[in-house]
Design a protein around this ligand. Structure first.
Ligand code: HPA
Length: 244
C-alpha cells in the first residue's frame, strides 16, 4: 500500500473535512490523521505533514509518529512532497526535482527509533529508494524530463527561519542543489522501518542570496498554489505505474 506525505504545497488538495483526529502512537501524535483518498488513484493514503491547518512547522513535526503510523497502517511505499529553494543555477522556479541525495543540517529533532544501546547502524548511502525514484521519473511528462531535474542533492536545514546568504554559499560548496526543511529525519526514519521512500520537490524560490532580491515568501506561496494540479497529476501517473 502506498502513502503520500503532503508538504506545504499539496496540503489543500484534500478537503479539510476529510481529516479526522491525529493518531496517537508510541512515539507521540501524528501531524494529521491518515486519509484514504482517490485523489491520486485507488487506495492511496495521505498524511498532511504540517497538520490539518498547516500549523505544524518543519522543526516541530513529529516525524517518528508520522512514519510509525504509516507503517502500522500497512504502508510499504511512501512518496513525499516538499517545497524547496533552488541552489543550483540549473534550477528554475516551478521546477519539480526528484532528489537522489541528502545532506542533513538539522539538529535537535527526534531522529531515530533505536534506543541508546545497542546502537543499530544501517546503510544510508542512497537515502531514496531507487525504484520509486525511477517511477517518479517515468511519470513525468516528456517535456518536463531533464537530467537536471531527475537528480539533486537536498540540503535539509532546521528552520523555521530561511538560510543566510553565507549558509547557502556553504550548502552550495557542500554540493547541495536544493534546500528545504522536511526530508530529514523523514527519509532515515523510513529506512529504519524498511519503508520505500522517495520525494518530489517543487522549487518555489531561489535560495537566499542567489537572486537580486530577498526571498519573496508571498510569491513562493503563489508558485506552490499554482503547481498543485501539476504535482497531483504527476503523482497520479506515478501511482498508476506502481499499480501495474
Ligand atoms: N529554504 C529552506 N526551505 C525552503 C526554502 C528555502 O529557501 N524554500 C522552500 N522551503
Amino acid at each position: 500500500m502506498l502513502a503520500v506525505i503532503l508538504g506545504t504545497s499539496l496540503r489543500s488538495i484534500v478537503d479539510d473535512a476529510a481529516f479526522g483526529e491525529p493518531i496517537v502512537t508510541p512515539f507521540g501524535t501524528t501531524s494529521s490523521s491518515l486519509v484514504q483518498t482517490e485523489i491520486f488513484g485507488p487506495r492511496v493514503v495521505v498524511l498532511a505533514r504540517h497538520g490539518n491547518d498547516g500549523t505544524v512547522y518543519a522543526h516541530t513535526v513529529n516525524y517518528r509518529a508520522n512514519l510509525w503510523a504509516l507503517k502500522d497502517y500497512g504502508i510499504q511505499q511512501v512518496l513525499a512532497t516538499a517545497t524547496v529553494g533552488g541552489i543550483s543555477s540549473k534550477l528554475g522556479i516551478g521546477d519539480v526535482v526528484i532528489p537522489d541525495q541528502i545532506v542533513d543540517y538539522t539538529y535537535g529533532r527526534e531522529h531515530t527509533y533505536f534506543g541508546d544501546l545497542p546502537v543499530k547502524h544501517y546503510d544510508f548511502t542512497y537515502p531514496f529508494t531507487d525504484r520509486l525514484r525511477q517511477i517518479l521519473i517515468q511519470a513525468r511528462k516528456g517535456a518536463e524530463n531533464s537530467e537536471d531535474l531527475n537528480r539533486g542533492t537536498y540540503g535539509c536545514t532546521q528552520g523555521p527561519r530561511l538560510e543566510t546568504g553565507a549558509e547557502i554559499i556553504r550548502l552550495k560548496r557542500d554540493g547541495c542543489d536544493l534546500v528545504g526543511m522536511t526530508l530529514m529525519p523523514e527519509a532515515s526514519l523510513a529506512r529504519e522501518l524498511n519503508l520505500d521512500y522517495a520525494a518530489v520537490c517543487l522549487v518555489v524560490n531561489t535560495a537566499a542570496g542567489l537572486a537580486q532580491s530577498e526571498i519573496d515568501l508571498k510569491h513562493a506561496h503563489t508558485v506552490a498554489t499554482s503547481s498543485i494540479e501539476t504535482l497531483r497529476e504527476h503523482l497520479g501517473r506515478a501511482v498508476k505505474l506502481l499499480d501495474q
